[in-house]
Design a protein around this ligand. Structure first.
Ligand code: C5P
Length: 235
C-alpha cells in the first residue's frame, strides 16, 4: 500500500531550507515536477509542522522526517497525533519497542512508518563510542529485520544497502534511499552515493534527492530529468 503509484512519486524532495517562506518558494518553482516533499528537523522548528499539514491538504505527499525515539506511551501519543496530519510517511529510530508502540498506535491509519536503522553518519568508532559492540552492517541488518517484525511500512537506508535490504526484508516493505546523485552532479558532503538508475535497479522504491535539484540552474528541469531516469530504469 505504500508503494509509489508513478515514477514521479518516487522522487522525494527534502525541503532543507530555514523558513516556510523559502519552502513555499521552492514548491512554487518546482510546480508539478515534484509530488512528494520531505520536511526535516530544520523546518519543523520554524513552523514546518503546520506547513506540512497545509502541503498535504494542497495535494502533495509529505514525508515527516522526525526520527522519533521515546518511551512507548509517548511514542504512541505522538503517532496518534501525526495520524491526524495527513502525512504519507514519518520516521522513527528502529528500536523494537518504539516501533511496536508506533505500529499499534497507527492502527488502520494510512500513515506509513519508516524505521531509521543506523544513521549513515555513524561508522564503527561512532557506534563503539556510543556503547554498541557491533558492526554497522550487522546492526543495520538486525534493525531492518526488527522493523519488519514490528510491522513497520519500510526503512530508510543507503542505496548501497538497498539490494541487501530487499533480500532481507522482502517485497512488502518500502525502501527509501537518500544519498542519490545523478551522473555529473556535485557530490557535496554525501560519501556513499548512487545514481537514480542504480538505486532503482538495486530495489529502492523512493529516492530522496535534494541539492542536485535545489542547486540546479533549472530545478524543474533537473527534477524532470531524474523522473525520466527513474522511468527508464523501471522499463
Ligand atoms: O541534498 P541531498 O540530496 O544530499 O539531501 C539528502 C536528504 O536526505 C537530506 O534531507 C538529508 O538530511 C537526508 N538524509 C541523508 N542521509 C541519511 C538520512 C537522511 O542524506 N542517512
Amino acid at each position: 500500500m505504500y508503494r509509489p503509484k508513478t515514477a514521479r512519486d518516487r522522487l522525494i524532495l527534502p525541503l532543507d531550507v530555514p523558513t516556510v517562506d523559502e519552502a513555499r518558494a521552492v514548491i512554487d518553482t518546482l510546480g508539478d515536477s515534484v509530488t512528494f516533499y520531505k520536511i526535516g528537523m530544520q523546518l519543523q522548528f520554524a513552523g514546518g509542522l503546520a506547513f506540512a499539514e497545509e502541503l498535504a491538504k494542497s495535494g502533495k505527499q509529505v514525508f515527516l522526517d522526525v526520527k522519533l525515539l521515546d518511551i512507548d506511551n509517548t511514542i504512541a501519543k505522538a503517532v496518534e497525533n501525526v495520524c491526524r496530519m495527513g502525512m504519507t510517511f514519518m520516521t522513527l529510530h528502529a528500536y523494537p519497542k518504539a516501533m511496536r508502540a508506533a505500529v499499534v498506535a497507527r492502527g488502520n491509519n494510512g500513515l506509513g512508518l519508516l524505521g531509521v536503522t543506523v544513521l549513515t553518519s555513524m561508522d564503527q568508532p561512532d557506534l563503539a563510542e556510543a556503547g554498541y559492540a557491533t558492526d554497522v552492517a550487522d546492526l543495520v541488518a538486525k534493525r531492518a529485520v526488527q522493523a519488519r517484525e514490528a510491522g513497520m511500512s519500510g526503512i530508510v537506508c543507503s542505496p548501497l544497502e538497498a539490494s541487501a535490504m530487499r533480500k532481507l526484508v522482502g517485497d512488502d516493505m518500502v525502501l527509501v534511499t537518500p544519498g542519490i546523485r545523478p551522473r555529473g552532479a556535485d557530490v557535496g558532503d554525501q560519501k556513499r552515493i548512487m545514481t537514480p538508475t542504480d538505486a532503482i535497479r538495486a530495489g529502492s522504491d523512493y529516492l530522496v534527492v535534494g541539492r542536485p535539484v535545489l542547486a540546479a540552474d533549472n530545478p524543474r528541469l533537473a527534477a524532470d530529468r531524474i523522473v525520466e531516469e527513474i522511468e527508464q530504469a523501471l522499463a
